[in-house]
Design a binder for this molecule. Structure first.
Ligand SMILES: [Zn+2]
Length: 241
């Protein structure tokens, strides 16, 4: 009888060790995905900034080309009108021509002012492109490497979790019928695990303190003792970490 309970406790220790290992894997599965999402957001943000700067640059270039053409055509128009001044027949015609020439000159001045503004904006945008580009060059590879590590950690944790779960199930048939019944009942009630190990006087299932006398009994590992607070079966093993 005594031997059976001790054997059961040996199996329960195997189970709780696996539960604890599974808890560690679950932490990875919880922490890694939000970090991956944060990396994706960061990389996405940089790439968006770069794309927007490049698009702005294209816009400035197109506007500048259009204005360059406009200035050139207006200049040619002015030359043409200046020649026409010589063949004006009336003063009215002459004044009208002068007026047209002035209008075109003002238009050219305005366009050239705008071109200077555009050149400033282009310079600013060029700096933005260079800045974002170098940030991407410096940080993207590091972030992608971290992302890959996290992705690997997730698949590893998931695989290990599956393996631990099936190892745990493999241990169950070794329990005596009575202990297994108790185990199943507590597991159904607790949902996650039916066994908790003791570290110091603390139940690792619910983190409540176990009275010294009870702790002492648990450490002997020869009787099925449950935690008063969470009702999990208490076991003791030397912590190997
Ligand atoms: Zn407890």
């Amino acid at each position: 009888m005594m031997g059976t309970v001790s054997e059961d406790i040996g199996y329960l220790i195997q189970i709780v060790r696996k539960d604890n290992e599974m808890r560690e894997r679950r932490v990875v599965l919880e922490i890694a995905p939000p970090r991956i999402a944060a990396i994706d957001r960061e990389i996405g943000g940089l790439e968006k900034r770069l794309k927007e700067a490049e698009q702005a640059m294209e816009k400035w270039k197109r506007e500048k080309l259009r204005l360059d053409d406009e200035v050139k055509l207006d200049g040619m128009e002015i030359d043409k009108k200046k020649k026409e001044l010589n063949v004006c027949k009336t003063n009215e015609e002459y004044r009208a021509k002068i007026h047209e020439i002035d209008f075109l000159k003002k238009k050219i001045d305005k366009a050239e002012e705008r071109i200077l503004e555009i050149l400033d904006s282009m310079e600013e945008t060029r700096r933005e492109v260079a800045e974002v580009q170098s940030k991407i060059n410096e940080e993207k590879d590091v972030m992608l490497a971290e992302r890959q590590k996290l992705t690997d950690a997730i698949s590893r944790a998931q695989a290990e979790l599956d393996a631990l779960e099936s190892e745990k199930l493999d241990v169950l048939p070794s329990l005596s019928a009575r202990t297994r019944k108790l185990y199943e009942r507590i597991l159904a009630a607790r949902g996650d695990s039916a066994v908790a190990n003791l570290v110091g006087d603390i139940c690792q299932g619910c983190h409540s303190r176990v009275p010294p006398q009870k702790s002492h009994e648990v450490r002997r590992n020869d009787a099925l003792i449950t935690c008063e607070a969470c009702s999990r079966i208490l076991v003791y093993y030397e912590n190997d970490t």
